[in-house]
Ligand binder design. Sequence first.
Ligand SMILES: NC(=O)c1ccc[n+]([C@@H]2O[C@H](COP(=O)([O-])OP(=O)(O)OC[C@H]3O[C@@H](n4cnc5c(N)ncnc54)[C@H](O)[C@@H]3O)[C@@H](O)[C@H]2O)c1
Length: 448
Amino acid sequence: MISRIAIREIFWTVVFYQLFKVERMRQLTAAVIGAGLRGDVYASYSLDHPDELKIVAVAEPDQERREAFARKYHLNKNMCFSDYKNLLQREKMADFVMICTMDRMHYEPVIMALKKGYHVLCEKPMSTNESEIVRMGTMAEKYGRILSICHVLRYSPFFTKIKELIQTGTIGELQTIQQIEEVGFWHHAHSFVRGNWRKTEEASPMILQKCCHDMDILLWLVEQNCTEIQSFGTLSYFNKENAPKGSTKYCMDGCTQRDKCPFYAPRFYLEHPRAEIDGLTHAVSVKTDRESILKALQHGPYGRCVFHCDNTVVDHQVVNIQFEKGMTASFTMSAFTNDCTRKINVMGTRGQIEGDMEKGILKTVDFVTGDTDTIELHTPVKGHSGSDSKMVADFLRQISADHSGNGRSSATSSVDSHLMALAAEKSRLENRVISLSIYKEEIAGKSR
Ligand SMILES: NC(=O)c1ccc[n+]([C@@H]2O[C@H](COP(=O)([O-])OP(=O)(O)OC[C@H]3O[C@@H](n4cnc5c(N)ncnc54)[C@H](O)[C@@H]3O)[C@@H](O)[C@H]2O)c1
């Protein structure tokens, strides 16, 4: 017979272990690969929620960045590595890794990390190569790990609300969507003319790099497979042919056009509100005081004349999409806008939703009653309207639930949206409509 005291002891032991387990699961540990802008954005979740996440290691070749990151996240010296290979060759040292290296450096660390038993939060694009994209999805399944892609827009209050309105039948049956990605003339100049993503050959095509988010959102809203895709687009403006007389290779080398040019670098980095808010000044210089910025712009990459760079990505592109069951979508990306936002027009059989993400406004109309509604979403200006931290929270929830939670941006759904983007690029380059089923068969053929 077990005594009452023994039963009580067993009871409290079970309670203790349950609590301990919950407590232990609550604070997950992460190693960050690539301590650049994005690496820091996601890692900073640990500073706001120290009970949920602790950063324990970093791999970053840039010494200044690595040391600054180590100081900020209180890392031991022996947990700081100059390359992802050194980190991933060691014994598993965290619950998951965040892979925040540049576009063409995601595939190898993802595969190494999955094989080591890490869950992985990986920046988009997964890869620029179709076969690698498909393989990343299958490897996550094979090793039973969570591989989540940073499709942060799925977590934005803006698109979450649109999804809810569609699902609750507010506009009847969805028929077609028109979406515009207004990149912003300043953002385009920073990232896609002067910056890291200016060359398709080194980074990725614009439609994959910037707009895989849009392909992903369209797939998520429509909930149908894409069957055919067609695209046009060019790099028409940011090239030598359009350099005005009197322009110099660097803005600060006595350009006579500086007062007339929207792209004069010092004006943007020192005066434009988004330069600081979006962390673009940090890309120019680790120190962001006026003097350091001007010094970095003098003859640095971000001080180059936008007409004298070596950029190759398009500055405007359109995509037409056919989904199964007859739904359609059209998408436009343009550098030539003042705002950096996404605008959408969702058209259903009974109503319509129009929205501007940056303004945080959605307008609905009901065709039967004529009723209109304006929904104002009070969203933070930073971190993709607060989506970045929501995405990290969702990822932690998935890991804590040990696979049972199905996150919004799983590798499986991301594979499809990435293939849509690459098929659109193929269409643009080959000037023909691409059938997604034939495209996928070709990829499978290459992998066999
Ligand atoms: N989800 C989004 O909305 C979003 C937004 C912006 C950028 N991105 C993507 O995030 C990724 C990173 O962008 P970023 O702006 O942070 O770039 P970044 O250049 O600021 O950061 C990349 C970092 O990787 C480091 N790195 C290079 N080689 C390495 C190696 N061998 N091992 C470890 N680290 C290495 C670099 O030194 C750099 O610090 C890109 O693929 C980009 O497309 C996603």
